[in-house]
Design a protein around this ligand. Sequence first.
Ligand code: DGP
Length: 113
Amino acid sequence: MNENCIFCKIVQGEVKTQKVHEDEDLVAFKDLNPQAPTHLLVVPKKHIPSLAKCGKEDEALLGRLQASIASISEKLGLGSYRVVTNVGRQAGQSVEHLHYHVLGGRRMTWPPG
Ligand code: DGP
């Protein structure tokens, strides 16, 4: 828990969101500023600033996050979706708590801007 982190506050329930899934390791909720008809954020409960800051001890958690993205998406009926994690300001990271964007419900362009 980092007391200055908005996603830690969401994990703690101090900031309200539309949660679609929660378990012992992670929370999935709707992005405040959706970029697609379905736009979820999947975040570990553990405060890790970004993918670049994960250590060996986080490998099992990273696996769980990816497996959960697949199962949550399937439950929501998302047949096709994009998973993105931004690392660093230049890549578009604005919240320094590891999170995966799950975007679906429209055709995606490639390469991204
Ligand atoms: P990124 O730019 O990759 O760090 O993505 C951060 C995302 O977090 C951005 O799409 C907006 C979303 N976001 C920021 N604050 C909140 C919040 O308080 N609630 C929700 N639901 N989403 C938030």
